[in-house]
Design a protein around this ligand. Structure first.
Ligand SMILES: *Cc1c(COP(=O)(O)O)cnc(C)c1O
Length: 238
């Protein structure tokens, strides 16, 4: 898949703008810029766009579907060993083995059945990706994630009963609400459970997320441009 040079330049320019905005938000919040890592969300965009970002020094990417990532990333990972791939969409238990092979970080551990499947695959494979628990801060019925008031107990199950190392928490606030209170809630849940990684903030609100303590921001549109409309741009696995 080829891409016009101007699209490559646009991606490099967008990346520079996003990095600068993260640095600015960090400075305003009195935080170190280096404490915030950018995950470039490349879902629906071709491998050529990922390569343009790699050429601009971006090594951390997010995809929301196992199948799409499996088609796009193995070749890129072979050529760029530093590439770090994050799963940011729902994971079906029948794709756990493939996801464990492909992803460096799974941000969407969102239910007990998946925790048990990951623990079993970890025992079999001898390794697991880094894991974040997704919290449904808005308690939206259609959205994945652990309810806020069930998060402490879910983390205990993962850590104590299943022996999973949990690195942090992730959330996607409701589209029609101020994100700040959701980010604050996620930060509070992480702090009281001794978790240092907070994945929150997308193209529209990553600067706010940095104010509330984000250590990973997931930015797609502001880097790669608009995605093709539905059905490919749905949240979730087919
Ligand atoms: C698509 C997606 C993003 C990126 O969204 P943009 O608004 O394009 O920056 C971030 N997080 C998750 C979970 C996503 O599915």
């Amino acid at each position: 898949m080829s891409q016009a040079p101007e699209q490559f330049a646009a991606i490099a320019g967008n990346l520079a703008l996003v990095r600068r905005a993260i640095a600015e938000a960090a400075r305003e919040a009195g935080r170190a810029e280096g404490d915030i890592a950018l995950v470039a969300v490349s879902k629906t965009h071709p491998a050529a766009s990922v390569e343009a970002a790699l050429a601009a020094g971006q090594y951390r990417f997010g995809e929301n579907r196992v199948q799409e990532a499996a088609a796009k990333f193995p070749g890129l990972k072979a050529r760029w060993p530093d590439l770090e791939l994050h799963l940011i969409g729902p994971l079906q238990t029948n794709k756990v083995r493939q996801a464990v092979e492909l992803f460096d970080v799974i941000q969407t551990l969102d239910r007990e059945k998946l925790a048990r499947a990951l623990a079993a695959e970890g025992a079999r494979a001898g390794r697991l990706p880094r894991l974040l628990v997704q919290v449904n801060t808005g308690e939206e019925p259609q959205k994945a994630g652990i309810a806020p008031d069930a998060t402490d107990a879910f983390l205990r199950l993962c850590r104590e009963e299943l022996g999973l190392a949990i690195e942090g928490l992730m959330c996607i606030p409701p589209a029609d609400e101020e994100p700040g209170p959701h980010f604050a809630l996620l930060a509070k849940l992480a702090a009281r459970n001794g978790l240092g990684t907070l994945s929150m903030g997308m193209s529209g609100d990553f600067a706010i997320a940095v104010q509330f303590g984000a250590t990973l921001v997931r930015v797609g549109t502001a880097i790669f441009g608009e995605r093709a409309p539905a059905p490919r741009d749905r949240e979730g696995e087919e």
